[in-house]
Ligand binder design. Structure first.
Ligand code: PLP
Length: 381
């Protein structure tokens, strides 16, 4: 690693013609999707109604819903024994909804069952705390000792025989840590994965998971919609305290229409799914995401002006936290970024520094613009 020059050139004033939004979520959506939604805003396909004004039980919205489910099933190659559910409540809501739906499977009386967790950062930490209200929790492994810069190898996990499930956050949005493997569990314990910040960014084998959930506001659509993909044999075990609107078997039996679903969110998600299919599906998105991540990490690693602290083998392709060696320059860095149209780069308040989220909808041109600025700010020639 080279040492960066300490001088920095003065910034030229530039006229911003292009905005790139690096928000961790709610996050950038494909421009084509927003244009389509704008065109449909007052009158969806000649119906005379905005999607927001339609009954969720009418034929217009049902067709929107069915297309969204069909396209998502195709994108993720979701096996036929899995249900796709659209709910409300977000990722944090699922931290309660998941235990309320699954603990009863191994403990119908509601007596304490055990849930295993691997604690790899802020979001899995929140999941542990919430689940402890419904069950006994066992932190089978934690990377707290490395300040959440690693994923503990599976060989060291202390799993509970007969656990209700194993919960993983497969991409830690704040810490920038992403799993590069799917654990194999010999005893058939279902794996529950919080994929909120990397769903649809890489190919996955859905059949390896019991439940996948994700808040929509990163790679799917607007906030307010939550996606759950659940294996059918895990339905029907909800604890009596589980609200009916969050009992997955009830939601599945009503095709996500037990109560009014987040209709506009489902509509935008459907546009995103169709757009992704037109762009070659998830495998093509993954190739683009690898190229973007490599470009950005190479710029951060070029010398010691910037630092990403995550172990190489589990660096997230979606969320890239980084620090300036001289943190007194943080505000100047952010102001210069904003002046160039590079928005929302400030790191999460719990960890400080910077964070660039480069979801599916971030084009490589946006990453290149950030890299150009990183180089300029570091005084690299
Ligand atoms: C991985 C992960 N899980 C859960 C959440 C919480 O989601 P929500 O704010 O929708 O409850 C987030 C939010 O950013 C997240 O990134």
């Amino acid at each position: 690693m080279k040492t960066a020059p300490t001088h920095r050139p003065p910034f030229a004033r530039t006229i911003v013609t292009q905005i790139y939004n690096f928000s961790a979520g709610p996050a950038v959506l494909p421009k084509e999707v927003l244009q389509e939604a704008a065109a449909d805003m007052l009158d969806w396909h000649g119906s005379g109604m905005s999607v927001m004004e339609m009954s969720h039980r009418g034929p217009e919205f049902i067709s929107i819903y069915e297309a969204a489910v069909r396209d998502l099933r195709q994108l993720l190659d979701v096996p036929s024994n899995y249900k796709i559910l659209f709910l409300q409540g977000g990722g944090l809501g699922e931290n309660a909804i998941v235990p309320m739906n699954l603990v009863g499977r191994v403990s119908p009386s509601g007596q304490p069952a055990t849930i295993d967790f691997v604690h790899t950062g802020s979001w899995s930490g929140k999941s542990v705390k919430e689940a402890a209200r419904y069950a006994t929790v066992n932190v089978a492994a934690s990377s707290e000792g490395t300040r959440f810069t690693t994923v503990p190898p599976q060989s060291g996990w202390k799993l509970t025989p007969g656990a209700a499930y194993l919960h993983l956050c497969t991409n830690e949005t704040i810490d920038g840590v992403e799993y590069n493997f799917v654990p194999e569990l010999a005893d058939g314990t279902p794996i529950v994965a919080d994929m909120s910040s990397h769903i649809l960014s890489r190919t996955i084998d859905v059949s390896k998971y019991g439940v996948i959930f994700a808040g929509a506001q990163k790679n799917i659509g607007p906030a307010g919609l939550t996606l759950v993909i659940v294996r059918e044999d895990l339905l029907g075990h909800a604890l009596p305290i589980c609200p009916s609107a969050f009992d997955w078997s009830t939601v599945a039996a009503h095709d996500s229409m037990y109560n009014t679903p987040p209709t506009y969110g489902i509509y935008i998600a459907g546009l995103v799914f169709a757009h992704l299919l037109r762009q070659g599906g998830v495998a093509a998105a993954e190739r683009r995401n690898i190229a973007k991540a490599e470009l950005l990490y190479a710029a951060l690693d070029a010398d010691d002006f910037y630092q990403n602290r995550v172990a190489q083998d589990c660096r997230s392709r979606m969320n890239v936290p980084f620090y300036l060696r001289d943190e007194t320059l943080n505000d100047t860095f952010l102001a210069g970024a904003k002046a160039r149209g590079l928005l929302q780069l400030k790191g999460h308040k719990s960890v400080g520094g910077m964070r660039a989220s480069i979801y599916n909808a971030m084009p490589i041109e946006g990453v290149q613009a950030l890299v150009d600025y990183l180089n300029e700010f570091a005084g690299r020639t």
